[in-house]
Write a protein that binds this ligand. Sequence first.
Ligand code: DGP
Length: 111
Amino acid sequence: MPTLFTRIINGEIPSTKVWEDDRCIAFRDINPTAPTHVLVVPRQEITRLDQMTEADEGLVGHLMRVATLVAREEGLNDFRVVVNNGAGAGQSVFHLHVHVIGGRSLSWPPG
Ligand code: DGP
């Protein structure tokens, strides 16, 4: 079964895309927690960050770089990049994704 995010990547489920390339896409989170809340998602289905292999290092680095490019396009100087790994850490969609969150003051530590 394709993941929810693969279905978004394939256009079966609509999304507001802000970035697309051969390795990943980025689209606005359906339930934003800040004025900018974008998800950067690899086309390759990796369940969660701790399932990445050495072969995925370049891809995961690319996701981080795209996160910064999206933040720049959104006009953000300060922003947060988050990966929730596992349900206990808040992961609800089991297809690796990087949250890019910004546009308001962000407190630390997160909940
Ligand atoms: P996480 O909890 O870290 O697995 O983040 C999953 C995020 O995915 C969550 O912030 C809400 C978002 N999301 C869930 N379903 C959809 C959807 O159908 N469309 C969009 N754009 N975002 C979704």
